[in-house]
Design a protein around this ligand. Structure first.
Ligand code: NAP
Ligand code: ZN
Ligand code: ZN
Length: 351
């Protein structure tokens, strides 16, 4: 198959900084769109992947799965999109589309393995997939989303991962008017969780480690902030929440948060990937029918539902725009939780 060279930013090793490189994009097949990338959000998963935190990275890796761009070519069988349309691509670029999960619009749980926007396997090229820190991407139209016309395009980009990853569990666990929701950690995912929970009618509390982000959380729509390092404040919310969305990226003690669940409440892990340590105490779970669950991004139909909801309710991410060349510094700041609340790369900087 013919390929096109495009400029990208990626890394060749866990301990190497990201640098400019050239990657191949496949030629447009009948079902593909070629998209010139305008903006790409910077997710903490990009950093985990670049640094091989999950032990599954093969190099080189070009991260980026919060993509907004403009269609530059359409395959011969494309009818939903035309050249010039503004579109979006999230974390998924393929799945089997026939398994039980795919048939239920749950492509993220494809039983035959979904294809990640980066770090996946491009069956057309027989090569790893490469993400949105690049000038162009070629994607099957099934995995391309429509962007509501009224929203700021750069601030839409983070909806494609931070947005859908928090939207999906809020919907699955039926958050609605009057629900009591807590969010652990105010970063990219956390700030979207607050906005969505609030827009769905919930009473929203943020758990944060310090008072630094208290005012921001209230401005974003939280009704209260609980400092997780303050035992008195933690005691004041015991047994309170119907749903907790835990976005903490690293290993941490989840038991103090489980204790703040109401009877039949659910804590949903969306951040940390790995064994729970030091332990998970079943006592508050058994004594209150409480659950600890987890959730992965969202399916394509649900992502479109979320984008449409954002269009109707004027919801976007809070962003700090960066140049592609600033990505290593952005990762350093992300490691210090110094992001308010999502970096977005202006891809025009990669000339
Ligand atoms: P982020 O912007 O860096 O935000 C994470 C927040 O967690 C920080 O702002 C901080 O909030 C808190 N935090 C950070 N380190 C912590 C620690 N050691 N202990 C306690 N709290 C800590 O990250 P993000 O982009 O929102 O991503 C969060 C996690 O979700 C990452 O692990 C990412 O890989 C994962 N993720 C999962 C999915 C999925 O499908 N499940 C999708 C996307 C991302 P405070 O300063 O308020 O404490
Ligand atoms: Zn992500
Ligand atoms: Zn499938």
């Amino acid at each position: 198959m013919k390929t096109t060279n495009v400029k990208a930013f990626g890394t060749k090793a866990a301990d190497a900084p990201l640098n400019e490189m050239t990657i191949d994009r496949r030629e447009v097949t009948p079902k593909d769109l070629e998209i010139a990338i305008l903006y790409c959000g910077v997710c903490h998963s990009d950093l985990h992947f670049a640094k091989n935190d999950w032990g599954m990275t093969s190099y080189p890796v070009v991260p980026g799965h919060e993509i907004v761009g403009r269609v530059t070519q359409v395959g011969s069988e494309i009818s939903r999109y035309k050249v010039g349309d503004v579109v979006a691509v999230g974390c998924l670029v393929d799945s089997c589309r026939t398994c039980n999960s795919c048939e239920q619009d749950l492509e993220q749980y494809c039983l035959n393995g979904w294809t990640g926007t980066y770090g996946g396997y491009d069956k057309h090229l027989d090569q790893p997939t490469h993400g949105g820190y690049s000038q162009k991407i070629v994607v099957d139209e099934y995995f391309v989303l429509k962007v509501p016309a009224n929203l700021d395009l750069a601030a839409v980009a983070p909806l494609l991962c931070a947005g859908i990853t928090t939207w999906s569990p809020l919907r699955h666990w039926n958050v609605s008017k009057g629900s009591k929701v807590a969010v652990v950690g105010l970063g990219g995912l956390g700030h979207m969780a607050i906005k969505f929970a609030k827009a769905l009618g919930a009473e929203v509390t943020l758990f944060s480690r310090s008072t630094n982000k208290e005012k921001d959380a209230l401005d974003l729509g939280a009704d209260a902030v609980v400092i997780s390092t303050d035992a008195t404040q933690m005691a004041s919310v015991l047994g309170k929440f119907d749903v907790i969305i835990d976005t903490v990226p690293y290993i941490h003690d989840v038991n103090p948060y489980v204790n703040t669940l109401a009877i039949s409440g659910t804590l949903v892990l969306v951040g940390y990937l790995g064994p729970i340590d030091p332990f998970l105490n079943s006592v508050p779970m058994i004594m209150g029918r409480r659950s600890v669950a987890a959730s992965l991004i969202g399916g394509i139909a649900e992502t479109q539902e979320m984008l449409d909801f954002c269009g109707e309710n004027n919801i976007v991410s809070e962003i700090e725009m960066i140049k592609m060349q600033d990505i290593n510094e952005a990762y350093e700041r992300m490691l210090k939780s110094d992001v308010r609340y999502r970096f977005v790369i202006d891809m025009a900087s990669l000339k």
